[in-house]
Design a protein around this ligand. Structure first.
Ligand SMILES: Nc1ncnc2c1ncn2[C@@H]1O[C@H](COP(=O)(O)OP(=O)(O)OP(=O)(O)O)[C@@H](O)[C@H]1O
Length: 236
């Protein structure tokens, strides 16, 4: 069953086209990697899914499993975020903010949820540390735990391994794969790392404002091979 459907999505900034007629269905439990050159519309698609940009036409439709359209989101990290002066537990708990409505305090369930997510990301021992004193890889885990407080069904990650060393990158990919395999979370990840996409993802979406390719990693390999021979482009 589709957890998310992108239907004839067109997005423009002023008069500049950022996404043109984008169509795809994400099935529950899929692990989707979005790839494409700089400026091909990857972040714009993420923002569209999050409802942060208004399409010129078309729509994103959410499956019934996504109550309140709750989506966990790990944005690209900025220098300011890296220096955030709060404890790991506070940062993770703040992921529950959009569920709180007007209540001034976190509920028992929200606090338990934050603790469970620290456990899922294997960072319980960092709970009382200051976020800004952590390594880049540890900070990414904290932010993923925070994103899981917003949704346990679907997680969006925008270039999550940027700036991490190869070993830390591998560990982060393992954690993301675990969330997909063991906790049945749907994953949408923007990446420039094609190898990891082919290794871990169930679906690949290649953008160049339009959909250049959408299918499985195996189909993508056939597609790129046939592309080299005949210059073919698969439109979906
Ligand atoms: N807020 C904005 N206002 C105007 N133009 C924008 C805005 N955000 C993105 N664009 C333009 O829309 C196009 C798509 O940008 P987008 O950031 O979605 O691409 P991207 O594939 O994520 O790029 P990158 O790999 O560099 O992060 C680009 O031409 C970009 O300059």
């Amino acid at each position: 069953m589709a957890i998310l459907s992108c239907k004839n999505l067109n997005v423009q900034y002023d008069n500049q086209v950022a996404l043109k007629n984008v169509n795809f269905d994400l099935e529950d439990g899929d692990y989707l990697c979005i790839i494409g050159d700089n400026g091909s519309g990857k972040s714009t698609l993420m923002k569209s899914i999050l409802g942060l940009v208004t399409p010129k036409s078309g729509s994103i439709q959410y499956g019934a499993q996504l109550k309140n359209h709750d989506i966990g989101y790990l944005p690209q990290q900025t220098i300011v975020q890296r220096d955030f002066p709060a404890s790991v537990y506070e940062v993770v708990l703040s992921g529950c903010l959009n569920k709180r409505g007007w209540r001034p305090f976190y509920s028992k369930e929200e606090k338990q949820r934050a603790l469970n997510n620290l456990k899922k990301l294997k960072i319980e021992h960092l709970k009382d540390k200051c976020y800004r004193d952590l390594s880049g890889g540890q900070q990414q885990r904290v932010l993923i735990a925070r994103a899981l407080c917003a949704s346990e069904k679907i997680l969006l990650l925008d270039e999550p391994v940027t700036g991490l060393d190869p070993v830390t990158t591998q560990h982060l990919y393992e954690i993301i794969e675990e969330l997909n395999r063991d906790y049945k979370m749907s994953i949408i990840m923007v990446t420039h790392d094609m190898n990891s996409g082919l290794e871990h993802a169930t679906k690949i979406l290649r953008l160049n404002k339009e959909v250049v390719f959408y299918g499985t990693p195996d189909e993508y390999l056939c597609f790129t091979n046939s592309c080299h021979h005949i210059g073919a482009v698969k439109h979906v």
